[in-house]
Design a protein around this ligand. Sequence first.
Ligand code: ADP
Ligand SMILES: O=C(O)[C@@H](O)C(=O)COP(=O)(O)O
Length: 434
Amino acid sequence: MKSCKGIMKPVFGVVADDLTGGMETAAMLIAAGIDCAFVTDPELVATIGDIPAIVVAQKTRVIPADEAVARSGKAARALLARGARQIFFKYCATFDSTDRGNIGPVADMLMQLTGADHTAFCPASPSLRRTVYNGHLFLGTELISDSPKRNDPLTPMTDPDLVRVLQRQTPTRVGLLAHPSVSAGPAHLEQAIASATGQGVRYFITDAIYDRDLDVLAELTSDWKLMTGNATIVQHYPAIWKAQGLVAPTSNRARLPAVDGSGVVLAGSCAERTLEQLAEFERHRPVLRMNLLAADDVGSAVGVALDWVRPRLKDGPIAISTSESPEVVKMVQERYGREGAAQLAETILGRLAVSLRGAGVRRFVVAGGETSGSIVDHLGIRSLRVGPYGGPGIGTATTDDADPIALCLKSGKLGPVDLFMTTLKSMLNPEDAN
Ligand SMILES: Nc1ncnc2c1ncn2[C@@H]1O[C@H](COP(=O)(O)OP(=O)(O)O)[C@@H](O)[C@H]1O
Ligand SMILES: O=C(O)[C@@H](O)C(=O)COP(=O)(O)O
């Protein structure tokens, strides 16, 4: 790899719109033998040593679009200043966004910043059965608009046509790279893109049903100035970089230190999978289910929760959750507003995390992307050492200090049902898990 004044240029600079997905991306790269730094503060990018990949993950998915543009722009500028050869804008496999953004507005800004002529949008994750066909996003056999994602507390996905969804977020013309073109390979796709860009299209939703489709799309886009999508396509780049001699052919898999101390689960995700994981955890250890309808004062809600936690923590891990069914979430949102409810839950869990750390908790599993953003912010963490990806939802990290804490930031929708207990255990001895 080329050096600039002794500093190695990163091959890959990731701007992630939440922390769970950003950590998943870093963990996937690390598992593929690519050293990858993970920060939540763009200002730290300039201080990172020689490394082929850097992820800047911020809580920008549902904040006002102009703020998301400003914060993502700061991250991208920092990565470009380090000489990043490609900026990858990472968002969710379920294209979590609203008509106000933030995928479109952030992409518009990144196009300008990188000088890209066009880019593609590849949310598909075939192994998790998140596929795109004729521009329509499916979860398993269901269109996303028929799936539980229609009830997401913050980004309900009620339109499955991603060309339409993205077009509502941007003045840039959106087109489709349909499956027959993807199947035909990179050369055919280049022709399709040339013809569409001639007609003014600059954004391409990409169909992808199989992993081999992602191989084709990775080959097509590996040298683009700007690419966007879910973490899954990122897994297809390292082999290309290695073949091109951009990164060393082998690298050590990062090992995380063992972390002792009490363990807790903090869950703010209301996804079905998180509710199942809480139910499974509760078969072994207690779960405090907080009722937000009775908790409009953050301070006293945190106090009540801490009184509940203290006598139980010495006996093993516990979980605290604000997670509810779609029916209850609707009632909570009617009372506080959509954003007010999110703010309330996130502040309670964030402040609890700080008090729990003070009470000796060192192992945290956090369920939910927005929730993770809030907790990491409250804990004042700006960078993490990420371990290798262990499968969907199974990414862990530690702080890099004398008294480290271990964190698993789990996407609401992902992970095996027993993830909470097994991950907390694995933090005690990460060598066994890796
Ligand atoms: N009981 C509740 N009622 C309404 N909103 C809630 C409730 N509990 C949590 N939330 C909010 O729902 C959102 C869930 O999003 P997130 O944490 O990203 O989870 P996921 O990964 O499942 O999308 C958060 O903003 C959280 O604060
Ligand atoms: O694509 C995914 O599911 C993840 O990478 C992701 O972005 C998770 O977002 P949340 O489900 O909101 O945690």
